[in-house]
Ligand binder design. Structure first.
Ligand SMILES: *Cc1c(COP(=O)(O)O)cnc(C)c1O
Length: 464
């Protein structure tokens, strides 16, 4: 055993040293103790593992500085910005959609000062937070009315509770989705107080399957967008128009859980599988639910759009309050929606749409610029290669976007996962993906401003 181990002091002893006492004056005793404990534990582990042979001077400037640095780190927020170089534009683990500057400004203004959140300025009477975005959503989707809650999962629960409690919901076996975080449609239907009636099979469900399942207790036909997977091959599913006709004939409500709501046609950008909200309502769907922070490109929110009579019912639901959208998200959502109207060009203004529609040549230029900056650093082999980016956020699982990546190779010295690990620990973490033994930094999800952050992070890990 390392003889130094016997000289490793107790926390109590270090706490009495003059240099450490100064730290306690500046910070707090609790913080110093927490950091000291883990520092001593690390030293012990290093000695035991033979990674170090010496103990520091616990009352010296170097050790005190290391404790102060650790306190600084523990004081900075856990939630922090990262560089998304994964090539997945709407990455749920990385916070989904970036917001437009206009939306960020709105959050700042509404957060910094009182607002007319629930005050009707025209009458001086109480107003509703739900009124601020209704007309805009109706204009952009063709809906009769709309309601905004805190996310799409809440929108689904509210829509089911408000239309089908104590009654039956008919859904296709091919659409009983799980969207992650164990939000499974069959469980959600049960928890909403409705009874699920499954029809059809995993790959084929016909209109007649729905028709035959309808009885006196049926309230809703539920369609769900199979947004994060595809069943291909021998498949069938009735059209929305046919389902809408059946629902209308039988006095039922047709609801669609859409997930990623697109407000404009993205097929010119090679993304043809994602239905536009307006087309869904035109086909006769009574209520459609979609997220604010997926392809819409706004903040976390859940939007319910459709028939005024149904929306009015949901607005009176006693649990709406438990799902209400907060004022900052509402501010960002309203301004993001406004960017969809002329004279604005949403493809230029909304970051998610700008990234997915950006010409490949611009992505390539960004990759080449980054590669050029990194080539000046010693210790890495840097190259540029074609890659595939994804929309993400559970949208368009099969469609890829042509992209370019910068590939980092640590030669014999660094394995790809060691580089990935070091970049993730940078003061601005950089998140890429490992493929074929190299770290790929995809440039479709990185902005020009973030290039220098990547260069700084790489320089820091190479000179460490
Ligand atoms: C993403 C998704 C949801 C959940 O949306 P959140 O805004 O994350 O709550 C619900 N349904 C479908 C089909 C989805 O893709």
């Amino acid at each position: 055993m390392n003889s130094q181990l016997r000289h490793l002091p107790q926390v109590e002893a270090v706490l009495k040293m003059p240099a450490i006492l100064t730290l306690i004056d500046t910070y707090s005793r609790e913080e110093v103790i927490t950091v000291l404990r883990s520092s001593l534990a690390n030293l012990r582990a290093d000695l035991l593992a033979g990674r170090s042979q010496e103990l520091p001077d616990f009352d010296g400037a170097e050790f005190t500085a290391s404790i102060e640095k650790a306190i600084g780190t523990s004081r900075s927020p856990n939630l922090m910005p990262v560089v998304n170089a994964t090539g997945i534009i709407i990455h749920t683990n990385l916070g989904r959609a970036r917001l437009a500057p206009e939306a960020l400004q709105a959050m700042y203004d509404i957060g910094a000062r009182p607002s007319n959140l629930e005050l009707n300025l025209a009458t001086g009477k109480r107003g509703s937070r739900y009124d601020h975005t209704t007309a805009l959503i109706c204009e952009l989707t063709g809906a009769e009315s709309a309601l905004v809650v805190n996310n799409c999962a809440a929108a689904v629960v509210l829509a089911l509770m408000g239309t089908a409690v104590g009654r039956k919901v008919i859904a296709s076996r091919g659409e009983l989705i799980e969207i992650g975080g164990s939000f499974r449609l069959p469980d959600v239907i049960a928890q909403s107080g409705a009874t699920l009636k499954e029809v059809g099979s995993t790959n084929k469900t016909r209109l007649s399957d729905y028709a035959e399942a309808i009885d006196d207790e049926t309230a809703v036909l539920l369609k769900s967008h199979t947004s994060n997977f595809r069943i291909v091959g021998f498949t069938a599913t009735p059209s929305r128009k046919d389902l809408a006709r059946l629902a209308a004939e039988q006095g039922l409500i047709l609801i669609e859980d859409l997930g990623s709501g697109v407000l404009i046609d993205l097929s010119p950008y090679g993304l043809s599988d994602e239905p536009v909200v307006r087309d869904i309502l035109d086909a006769g769907v009574d209520l459609v639910m979609f997220s604010g922070d997926k392809l819409l490109g706004g903040p976390q929110a859940g939007i319910i759009a459709g028939r005024a009579k149904l929306i009015n019912g949901l607005r009176k639901h006693p649990l709406l309050r438990a799902m209400r959208i907060d004022k900052l998200s509402l501010a960002a959502l309203e301004v993001t929606l406004r960017l969809y109207r002329a004279p604005f060009d949403p493809l230029a203004r909304i970051p998610v749409l700008r990234m997915l529609s950006q010409p490949l040549a611009e992505v390539q230029a960004r990759a080449e610029k980054l590669a050029q900056c990194l080539q000046e650093l010693d210790g890495l082999n840097v190259s540029v290669a074609h890659s595939s980016a994804y929309v993400g956020g559970g949208s368009l699982p099969q469609q890829t976007l042509a992209s370019f990546s910068v590939l980092l190779d640590g030669r014999a010295r660094w394995a790809a996962d060691a580089i990935a690990d070091a970049l993730r620990h940078s003061s601005t973490p950089v998140i890429g993906r490992i493929h074929q033994g190299q770290l790929w930094l995809d440039m479709r999800t990185v902005t020009d401003e973030e290039i220098s952050m990547i260069v700084t992070a790489c320089r820091a890990i190479l000179t460490r």
